[in-house]
Design a protein around this ligand. Structure first.
Ligand code: T1G
Length: 699
């Protein structure tokens, strides 16, 4: 019976060399059809005496970029047989040459390591990034890599998941030759040169030298770098095993551990995040034909913490910036902060010293908005006050050139209201950066009612240019991330009112995997920031500010780390939170004033309560159309608020708990359940199913 799977391999000959070209755009993932084609090609080559060697090369822009992540949930018998294909390569009786360009990652690089030789273009990159998906190299990588580069380097590469370029890979012995010029021509010539070399250099036949110190050091480091994660521990175990057992035994154990990692909630969460981040860039109604503006020059208004950080994103991308302040001393302070930040990066070896000056040379400071006349994009990053922003946009409207995009960095205010003071509301958008703006990858792209498709498409394209994860959100108080943060903090406060301590709440969130709980985070950011945001929101809504015991802490002058005391004490200026007897007394008095009898809350209940609150607010955000997808909310809350990627974000995490359970938790704590959440729970659905249904209805 002919194989039903279309072979995604093109076979060709160059004299005595057989060429197998992988043809599975866009990244030649190891999808069904690739192993079948490769195996058929190898079987034919094995028995054809006119073939002296085989070259395997990727069609299009890259070699194999890894196993096809979408196939991991397939039943085992339907999953592409990557391990079997590599085993066939490893036993193949003639030289096989992997010709690498683009990125040979994960299973793609493991397949290359199963070949007898590897050649690459100068720009090629190789790596084993599986750990970023909660996985481990499951097709021989944990056993072959230490046999080539040693235990320490293998652990560095696999635990970081960071690819290496062709030259360092060659220096490590991972690549045999760098091919200048046409890769295929070079690979075929190389194959001819090695056609008669025997024995065939099989990596699986080499020993891996033990290195107990490196193993122990890795065990220590992953406790911090990969806190709570499963696959890094497996990786260390397997690399260690490679030094103590024959290849086949280690390889078999690797297969067992891979399946355990693949089936773990952590890997499901991280694979969800991989696709969520890419889905966020897809906006109904926008496509490659949507016109965009070339952003050749940027203006930034405000040289404070945010304005300076925002400016650095563009300087880093080689885009000139004119930065405006109202007073020379503020301008000087801002420029000095930017310079110092670059110099600190250079001191840590993250930046060449000459690049510091190159970036600063792109920066033009000025006290006059009139100098923004040639900017293609102007970003306002000043005080969070509607009147101030309206004044600036009114003045901007008069100086900005036709077609310039006017963006506000507001974190809560109505972008449409700001746009309305200009003659060009279709050119106005929100670009909500997160502090520190030059580091945080999240960018909330706030689409106001009249923002044009072209401005939106330009903003999405620009987010990629400056290395941000752009997510489109609608206008409401706090957009998506901050709005959910407000709900989360309000519920945390209630949990403390009812009997939990602030440190118990923080410990629960830390156990979930967040780097900091709400109180340590508020103390670090400044308790007064949240206080002023809540007060301003209440004023805008024309309502009294809701009472909260945290505000009593602020009213005592305890504003957080910056005042040496907040919810926690910070004795002797330390940055380590210490539970505060004064705040404990304040909380007890507050409970008495409210007539609340405190009762213990378990850590599991605190986790359930706060994560249910996040999902509930996320459901409201979806109902109101403020976010396009639940997965967009997951992207925002992991990239901007520290929700652990291995939990998949708050919406994925809620779906994993079961939305019926989430509804019960909300009801147990007297919270009103969002109608969408209740409906999905009643229908036994997940947020992923909701997203899929929405996507289908939009096509
Ligand atoms: N599987 C399935 N789809 C993939 C994919 C993959 N491995 N990699 C990319 N895509 C899709 C992606 O979703 C997007 O789809 C399109 O390709 C372009 O991707 C056994 C188990 C290769 C550096 O982790 O890092 O091997 O949105 O937008 O910016 O040990 O893709 O167009 O519909 O990212 O040019 C290990 C993951 C897998 C590499 C290219 N490999 N990919 O970046 O394009 S696990 C990886 C990337 C594994 C073995 C284990 C990047 C890229 P759509 P893109 P890009």
């Amino acid at each position: 019976m002919t194989d039903p799977t279309p072979h995604l391999i093109r076979t060709s000959r160059d004299g005595d060399v057989l060429i197998l070209t992988i043809d599975n755009p866009p990244v030649n993932a190891f999808s069904p059809g690739v192993p079948e084609g490769l195996k058929a090609g190898l079987d034919a080559a094995a028995t054809d005496d006119t073939v002296r060697a085989v070259v395997i090369i990727g069609g299009g822009r890259t070699f194999i970029a890894g196993a096809d992540i979408r196939t991991f949930n397939l039943p085992r018998e339907q999953a592409p047989d990557l391990r079997g294909t590599i085993a066939k390569l490893d036993a193949f009786p003639k030289p096989t040459v992997a010709a690498l360009h683009g990125t040979a990652l994960g299973g793609g690089f493991e397949l290359a390591l199963g070949c007898t030789y590897r050649v690459a273009t100068p720009g090629a990159k190789v790596g084993l990034p599986e750990v970023k998906l909660g996985l481990l190299p499951g097709a021989g990588g944990t056993q072959r890599l230490p046999r080539v580069v040693g235990v320490k380097k293998a652990l560095d590469l696999i635990l970081s998941g960071t690819p290496v370029g062709a030259a360092p890979a060659r220096d490590l012995g991972l690549i045999d030759e760098i091919v200048e010029g046409d890769l295929l021509t070079g690979a075929v010539a190389f194959a001819r040169r090695v056609a008669d070399v025997r024995p065939l250099p099989r990596i699986s036949e080499r020993p891996a030298q033990p290195d107990p110190e490196a193993i122990e050091a890795a065990r220590q480091s992953i406790r911090k770098t990969h806190r709570g994660q499963l696959s890094p521990q497996f990786i260390v175990d397997l690399v260690d095993l490679a030094t103590r057992t024959p290849f086949n035994e280690g390889h078999a154990e690797e297969g067992v551990k891979f399946v355990q990692a693949k089936d773990s909630p952590q890997s499901r969460g991280m694979r969800h995040m991989f696709f969520a981040e890419r889905e966020a860039a897809k906006i109904p109604g926008l496509d490659k034909t949507t016109p965009t503006t070339d952003i050749r020059r940027v203006g930034v208004i405000g040289a404070g913490t945010m304005g300076g950080g925002i400016a650095m994103n563009f300087l880093n991308a080689g885009i000139p910036v004119t930065i405006v302040e109202t007073a020379q001393e503020n301008l000087d302070r801002g420029l000095n902060t930017i310079r110092k930040t670059y110099e600190a990066s250079a001191a840590k070896g993250r930046l060449k010293l000459e690049d510091v000056q190159k970036r600063l040379d792109l920066l033009t400071p000025t006290l006059s908005m009139n100098d923004l006349g040639d900017a293609d994009l102007i970003i306002e990053a000043v005080f969070e006050d509607m009147a101030v922003k309206k004044d600036i946009f009114t003045r901007l409207d008069a100086v900005a050139k036709p077609g310039a995009i006017l963006a506000t960095n507001t974190s809560t205010l109505d972008v449409g209201e700001i746009a309305a003071v200009t003659s060009r509301p279709e050119q106005v958008i929100g670009l909500h950066f997160f502090s520190p703006a030059n580091i945080m990858k999240l960018l909330e792209i706030v689409r106001a009612d009249r923002t044009s498709d072209s401005v939106l498409a330009t903003s999405l394209k620009l987010s990629r240019t400056i290395g941000k994860v752009g997510v489109v959100v609608g206008v409401c108080n706090g957009f998506v991330g901050n709005r959910m943060l407000y709900a989360y903090r309000e519920q945390a406060s209630k949990a403390v009112l009812e009997g939990a301590t602030p440190q118990a709440v923080d410990a629960a969130m830390n156990a979930l995997g967040l780097p900091m709980g709400p109180y340590a985070m508020s103390d670090m950011a400044g308790l007064d920031i949240g206080y002023m945001a809540r007060r301003a929101a209440a004023e805008r809504a024309g309502q009294p500010m809701p009472d909260d015991w945290v505000d009593r802490v602020v009213q005592l002058g305890r504003k957080g780390q910056k005042t040496g005391a907040g919810v926690y004490d910070y004795p002797d200026g330390s940055r380590t939170p210490v539970p505060s007897p004064a705040v404990d007394d304040l909380i007890q008095a507050y409970r008495a004033e409210k007539g609340v009898q405190p009762r213990e809350a378990t850590q599991d209940d605190l986790i359930a309560r706060l994560t249910a609150t996040l999902a509930n607010e996320g459901a409201r955000i979806l109902e109101e159309g403020i976010a396009l997808r639940a997965s967009d909310i997951d992207t925002i809350y992991t990239y901007g608020y520290g929700f652990p990627a291995y939990r998949g974000g708050p919406m994925h995490y809620a779906s994993e708990q079961g939305l019926t359970t989430v509804v019960q938790t909300l009801e147990r704590h007297g919270l009103e359940v969002a109608p969408l959440l209740r409906r999905l729970a009643q229908e036994g659905k997940t947020f992923a199913q909701y997203d899929a249904e929405r996507a289908k209805s939009q096509t």
